[in-house]
Design a protein around this ligand. Sequence first.
Ligand SMILES: Cc1ncc(COP(=O)(O)O)c(C=O)c1O
Length: 391
Amino acid sequence: MSRRAAGGGQIYLDHHSTTPVDPRVLDEMMPHFAGSFGNASSADHRYGHAAAEAVESARERVAAAVGARPEEIIFTSGATESDNMALAGTMARYRDRGDHMVTCATEHEAVLGTARHLEGSGVKATYLPVDGEGELDLGELESAIRDTTVVASVMAANNEIGTMHDVGEIGRITGERGVVFHTDAAQAAGHIPLDVRGMGIGLMSMSAHKMYGPKGVGALYVRGAKPRVRPEPLFRGGGQERGMRSGTLNVPGIAGFGKAAEIAVRGMAAEGERLRSLAARMLRPLEDAGGVLNGHPTRRLPHNLSVYFEGIEGKAIINSVADRVAISAGSACTASTVEPSHVITALGHGEGRAHSSIRIGLGRFNTAEEVDSASEIIAGAVGRLRRIGGG
Ligand SMILES: Cc1ncc(COP(=O)(O)O)c(C=O)c1O
């Protein structure tokens, strides 16, 4: 199935920004908008019971996708909210343990912005650097942990360059030191295997719209035992989600999220292989046009390509292919600014590389033909821009 028509003939290759809703997910959601529209908290009638059942079934599916127990899944409005709750809520809850947190320079703004905000109220934050491929030195992580460290937040996979962190090892290190490990898995969940228990994860952020579910819904995994983690809520009110996230539940969104998680996990191995080979197929012509891959050559998300074209503005490439291919310069939330990507800058190759990179995110509905035409179109644009002097 092709998604070309949706963008007026554009081939959509921006799946790190968002993914289309899978038709099977849409089918799962539809009944909850009209006929079965109940409030999941209404215990007095069948409308409420049906909504609550849909939510609990989705909770089971999301939990199963990441090796959690259903009661450890708290539904939120997305990974931004989950990240905020994980950091602010955990620092607030365990203030008696200390005032320090550790995170990484290449995190999403939802984590970095929250860390900076917390610094304003007395929290001390360490931002660990990464190497030229976006990898963290785990020895540095270990040395950054102090007696007063409460939480360490390191993303499972990066949204711009695709580099995956060794989440299991980080879970082991933080676990030994009694530090809560939060991982932002917005880009990883549904794409690479995650097992919260095996990986020693205490808190994990997820987002439905990055895995062919709807926008505006996500989850925070909150470990229930050994040891239990209990962040303070961001929202207070009706006490939904066992008091951790008040507010009427987004039943259609949650039902869609559950279906999206189930589909993603069922097909993960085969789809990962397909996308890995499509990405390799796409990269070759881009390398022939002078492109250099950003991020780690192998420890990367199967569907990600971040490519640097020396001397050419990434924005110029994006604009010049825009009538046929949808790609981006980096994170969607910061893409409208002219600031260079903090992620590519953190790799230490200079700001120029950040200005001269494009991000490609392949997805479930992309075909080999689309990949071939897109790489030809992008390589052609690069050649033209080089001839006219760098765009
Ligand atoms: C790594 C990462 N974290 C958090 C977010 C924010 O997710 P949401 O759109 O669900 O708030 C994104 C989305 O771009 C992301 O890529």
